[in-house]
Design a protein. Structure first.
Length: 202
């Protein structure tokens, strides 16, 4: 059966992209193939990871376009060029409007570094999520993979995993534990699930 063609959207270090590449190499991600990496900025280290594994990449920078619509039309064109059927947001920090998300219903997933509905929505991204969790004093946090719709972090939940907060945690230490114990496990698993379902529908 033909594999579902996946684009991974990134903005930074790309450790979640790396987890997907590793899953593809060890066979746990087998229903889909990473056909393209899209970066929101040219400095993203994730681009180096893509290049090292021979995965094509594109850089599409929001501020280089006069409007959100023009930006998203270009994104759609790039995706169409590569025949992309599914999108994984893996630490992607640019906003996507309903104009974009509605073009790929149940075909975009996102990893968020908390247990949604805690510490999510506008303004909660990257380290800020862990700073907020520590400031609140929660004893358990985690990660969530969900479908993406027009509501920030509001789409249907696919997978969640809890992670313990430890005495004396810094935001960086907590971020690392959430990545190791939850994100890098959940994201490849959810990607395989959705890729498999899309493959069946072909
Ligand atoms: C990850 O912790 C991811 O969950 C988070 O950004 C980090 C990216 O790391 N995403 C969000 O906060 C989205 N709202 P990575 O570039 O090493 O994968």
């Amino acid at each position: 059966m033909l594999k579902t063609k996946i684009a991974v959207f990134v903005s930074g270090g790309g450790t979640n992209l790396q987890a997907l590449i590793d899953a593809q190499q060890n066979g746990s991600l087998s229903s889909g193939e990473i056909a393209l990496v899209v970066a929101s900025n040219p400095q993203a280290y994730a681009l180096t990871r893509a290049a090292e594994h021979g995965i094509p990449s594109a850089v599409v920078v929001r501020r280089e376009f006069p409007s959100q619509t023009a930006y998203e039309e270009t994104l759609k064109e790039v995706l169409a060029e590569y025949g992309i059927e599914m999108i994984v947001l893996a630490g992607f920090m640019s906003i996507l409007s309903e104009n974009f998300t509605s073009a790929y219903p149940k075909r975009i997933i996102n990893i968020h570094p908390s247990l949604i509905p805690s510490f999510c929505g506008k303004g909660y991204y990257g380290l800020k999520v862990h700073e907020a969790a520590l400031a609140y004093g929660v004893k358990v946090t985690g990660a969530t993979v969900h479908f993406v719709n027009e509501i920030p972090d509001g789409g249907e939940i696919l997978l969640q995993k809890a992670v313990e907060v430890k005495e004396g945690d810094t935001p960086e230490a907590l971020q690392r534990r959430v990545m190791e114990e939850a994100e890098w496990i959940l994201l490849p698993k959810a990607t395989e699930q959705v890729a498999r379902d899309l493959q069946k529908g072909k």
